[in-house]
Design a binder for this molecule. Structure first.
Ligand code: BGC
Length: 262
């Protein structure tokens, strides 16, 4: 059994667990803490490292980050402190973890990887878009199972407002909307995605996907829409998978830190 530690950094909470990479499943408990506020690089890295240490102290770590991550460096951080922009997140987390190798990937890309390898998108060819609904809206695009990293469709501007301001699960909560009201905005977003990228399958993830049956009726897209099957664990599982698939999600210079283990 190959296991890796997966950490999922969210705008609201940080979750971590050991993941069995052959089964795409958690081994043992999921641990979590609230995301510190302000969510500065130092505060978040320290909190994530403390959490990781409660689980184990050795081996590479995969980390899902709620922003664009290029070559380990955060390029955006819409729901964390703006100080993150330009920070080498992989190096910072690694420093806080006593030099353990760290692979950092966008959180929605991580969740998408987990669903494509072990969940609702397993064996799906063509263009698949995973949409995670949480504090923000994350998207992950796959072409024949290969990730096209850092898609940011949650920031599409629809009627003058960013999609994540009206169709994320936080937006529903803040506006106190019914499932029906909220799913109308979600449908507008999904239809825009269809118009722009013509997916073969849409996968809806994030904690709210556990309630999929309450809002799926309103999602009358031409493209099939399914609920993610790994639920809240997808981000953790995908972050751990990213360690193994890091050559696909990070540049080659970091790909040989651990030797190739596919
Ligand atoms: C960020 C994305 C992230 C999503 C979910 C958005 O605001 O821009 O990078 O995947 O939130 O956390």
């Amino acid at each position: 059994m190959t296991v890796r530690l997966g950490v999922d950094i969210g705008g609201t909470g940080i979750k971590a667990a050991t993941v069995d990479l052959e089964r795409g499943a958690l081994v043992g408990d999921r641990h979590s803490v609230a995301t510190p506020r302000p969510a500065t690089p130092e505060a978040v890295a320290a909190a994530a490292a403390d959490l990781a240490r409660t689980i184990d102290n050795v081996g590479p770590v995969g980390l899902g980050f709620p922003g664009v991550v290029r070559h380990g460096v955060a390029a955006t951080a819409a729901n964390l402190d703006p100080e993150w922009v330009g920070i080498d997140a992989a190096a910072l987390f690694s420093d806080h973890l006593g030099g353990r190798p760290v692979t950092v990937i966008n959180d929605a890309d991580a969740a998408g990887l987990a669903e494509m390898r072990f969940g609702a998108g397993a064996d799906q060819s063509g263009v698949v878009v995973m949409v995670t609904l949480g504090t923000g809206i994350g998207t992950a695009v796959f072409v024949d199972g290969m990730l096209v990293p850092n898609s940011e469709f949650g920031h599409l501007v629809l009627g003058g407002i960013e999609a994540e301001q009206v169709a994320s699960s936080r937006a529903k909560q803040m506006a106190g909307q019914s499932w029906k009201q909220w799913s109308r905005q979600l449908l507008v977003f999904l239809e825009e995605l269809e118009r722009l990228i013509w997916p073969d399958l849409l996968i809806i993830g994030g904690g709210i996907s556990a309630e999929f049956r309450r809002f799926c009726e309103g999602l009358r897209t031409a493209t099939p829409v399914v609920a993610a099957s790994l639920g809240n664990d997808a981000g953790i599982v995908g972050a751990a998978i990213a360690v193994r698939e890091r050559a696909a999600v990070q540049p080659a210079d970091l790909a040989d830190q651990e030797g190739t283990r596919r």
